[in-house]
Design a protein around this ligand. Structure first.
Ligand SMILES: *Cc1c(COP(=O)(O)O)cnc(C)c1O
Length: 377
């Protein structure tokens, strides 16, 4: 057990009370909490419709199906992400096509997306990596110009605003996930938001066993059980009400790290791009080129000292199942690989104390000093 974990949910008595109330109500699925949660999430992202589902991955899967993505289609996406943003393309039977990232934002590089588009391209899945919405307007404009469906994977970005526009407002539809390390959690859960009524109807039918509203045992098409339980939605409603508080605390913790670690020559610290009001999802730093070969050892050393750390994200195209199926090799997406080789996440959540941040930084700085001494020897 790590003394300081990578992430931790922030649950107050209000979430506990809301869940108990649902348990006593007798309505555990398809009830009022889900409807309220959908309306609140649509409002928070300036969208017309919200469709609650059982996970962020389920949300991505349904978006692929509602977009009409299937066998024979190419979908352009980023190799620097959590695997779900690529897996949804495979789940729909389509072919993921990677475009490399921008070295500053870690998001898809719009020029690389443009270069990856072929006549077989049907959609683009663009990810707000670590909460950053940079390049979403450019990718959205490109998709409109080329007649492609754009799905925004906003799972890491709830609360981010860019020129006044919230994450979750780019493309045909956007998705969120509520796993316990996200800005808000429902235990497990997800949400699709969109302005397209037909798209919303399709997602609603697909999450509920393909029911089209003609009766409980009338199934228009093959569907899934991707429904969100009422207990989860009740948690989500309270968490969403607390969002400003939750994001404020996370911003404070990020500020503590930035202040303490500024000026370390071995580190490239996360930065907030101009015009973006960042919702902090993780605190991921990057080792400078000269020491980045020490990254894996650094993560092991941090963990040995009781400090949670992880290599966010290994390149998706080099995951064993992707190599086996598509034959990718090191060097295929050089920016992703360069960034990925140096990045590591530090413990980060809104309940971290100043003392915990100081402990993490003491351990990290000790290890960085050791690295420098070894390099000089
Ligand atoms: C968390 C996350 C998801 C969804 O994850 P679930 O665990 O299925 O809710 C999807 N994409 C990205 C980029 C994520 O970070």
């Amino acid at each position: 057990m790590l003394a300081i974990p990578l992430a931790q949910p922030d649950i107050s008595d209000a979430e506990v009370d809301a869940v108990v109330k649902v348990l006593r109500s007798g309505t555990l699925s398809i009830g009022p909490e889900v409807e309220v949660f959908e309306r609140k999430m649509a409002a928070a992202t300036c969208r017309r419709y919200g469709i609650a589902v059982s996970s962020g991955t389920a949300a991505l899967h349904l978006c692929m199906l509602a977009a009409g993505v299937g066998p024979g289609d190419d979908v352009v996406t980023s190799p620097f992400s959590f695997v779900a943003s690529t897996n949804c393309i495979l789940m729909a039977g389509a072919n993921p096509v990677f475009a490399d990232i921008d070295e500053a934002s870690y998001n898809l590089c719009p020029d690389a997306v443009a270069a990856a588009i072929t006549p077989a391209t049907k959609a683009v899945v663009a990810i707000d990596v670590f909460g950053n919405t940079a390049h979403m307007p450019a990718v959205e404009a490109l998709c409109e110009e080329r007649g492609l469906v754009m799905i925004e994977d906003a799972c890491e970005a709830l609360g981010t605003k860019m020129a006044g526009w919230p994450a979750g407002n780019f493309g045909t539809a956007s998705v969120f996930g509520f796993y316990p390390n996200k800005q808000i959690t429902t235990g497990e859960g997800g949400m699709i938001v969109t302005d397209d009524g037909a798209f919303a109807d399709t997602c609603r039918a697909l999450r509920n066993q393909g029911r089209g509203g003609m009766g409980w045992l009338a199934h228009d098409r093959l569907g899934y059980n991707y429904r969100l339980p009422e207990i989860a939605a009740a948690m989500g409603n309270v968490q969403l009400e607390r969002l400003p508080e939750l994001l404020g605390r996370r911003r404070e913790v990020a500020g503590m790290y930035l202040e303490r670690l500024a000026g370390r020559p071995e580190l490239i610290l996360p930065s907030v791009p101009d015009g973006v009001e960042l919702s902090w999802f993780v605190f991921v730093a990057r080792l400078a080129e000269a020491v980045c070969h020490r990254r894996d050892q650094l993560i092991l050393d941090l963990r040995a000292a009781g400090v949670g750390s992880a290599n966010y994200f290994p390149p998706i195209h080099l995951q064993p199942y992707m190599v086996e199926r598509f034959g990718y090799r090191p060097g295929d997406f050089p920016v992703t690989e360069r960034v990925s080789a140096g990045t590591f996440a530090l413990p980060f959540h809104g309940r971290m104390t100043q003392r915990q941040v100081a402990t993490v930084c003491d351990v990290l700085e000790g290890l960085l000093d050791g690295m420098r001494a070894r390099a000089a020897a």
